[in-house]
Write a protein that binds this ligand. Structure first.
Ligand code: F6R
Length: 240
């Protein structure tokens, strides 16, 4: 596991964007695994800047980690909406090759299977992850199975509270999500986990130095051969 500590989130975002840039340039059909939430926003900003300087997204496929259940793609709090706003609408990506689970699918089990097939057909070159304050990655909450593929999850109370800032009231935050599983995340060829801010410091130190355990899902990244934690000083504070 590689750990990179930057003075500020922006520096970490620039580093991460440079890693992704190399993958986009060097692979014929690059596949990026993407995350939502506050953490990757500065990274997407840097990728948009790189596109303005000529980085070509036309051969890129993207696969997002998760989506809320019961929310349609055009809902302002949907992760499809988020991705369009912060990345897809600003680069020359073919949006038919940007995959995000359909949270409003009638048959959610079938949707999980469809998503697993997409992941199988498009092996992920690099997966971007954030981390929840309870150590979740994607929406794999504590005690998820290590062998999980795409599945429906009941969001932890702490996750609902943390995400309430994006909704008008906490009662509006969906209680369930559809998420890529830990097994699929571990199959990505390379992983960048980004964490910025002091509220992430405890989860980060447990993920890096704690026992590998499903009660702290990010700790399973210790099993992956090519993981980099991209941190600002606040998120890294307990590592030093
Ligand atoms: C989002 C996701 C989540 C977030 C995590 C951190 O697609 O999978 O695991 O990465 O909840 O969220 P932020 O970045 O908002 O602190």
């Amino acid at each position: 596991m590689d750990i990179r500590i930057f003075s500020a989130a922006r520096e970490g975002a620039i580093y991460s964007a440079t890693v992704i840039e190399q993958i986009i340039k060097n692979r014929a059909y690059p596949v990026l695994g993407l995350a939502t939430g506050s953490t990757p926003i500065p990274l997407y900003y840097e990728l948009i800047r790189m596109h303005q300087w000529g980085l070509d997204f036309s051969r890129v496929t993207t696969i997002n980690l998760d989506e809320y259940v019961g929310i349609s793609a055009d809902h302002p709090q949907s992760y499809r909406y988020f991705m369009k706003r912060y990345l897809f609408d600003h680069v020359n990506i073919d949006q038919s090759r940007t995959y995000i689970p359909r949270g409003d699918a009638e048959d959610l089990e079938q949707e999980c299977q469809r998503y697993d097939q997409i992941i199988q057909l498009n092996p992920i070159d690099i997966q971007i992850l954030g981390i929840g304050i309870n150590g979740h990655i994607g929406f794999n909450e504590p005690d998820v199975s290590l062998k999980s593929k795409t599945h429906i999850v009941k969001l932890a109370h702490v996750t609902i509270q943390a995400n309430a800032r994006f909704f008008e009231s906490p009662g509006e935050v969906p209680e369930h999500a559809i998420t890529m599983g830990l097994q699929s995340i571990l199959l990505s060829k390379q992983i960048l986990l980004l964490a910025f801010g002091e509220e992430k410091a405890q989860a980060v130190v447990e993920a890096v130095y704690g026992d590998v355990r499903t009660s702290l899902p990010a700790s399973i990244l210790q099993l992956h051969p090519n993981v980099t934690f991209v941190l600002d000083e606040a998120a890294a504070a307990l590592l030093l």
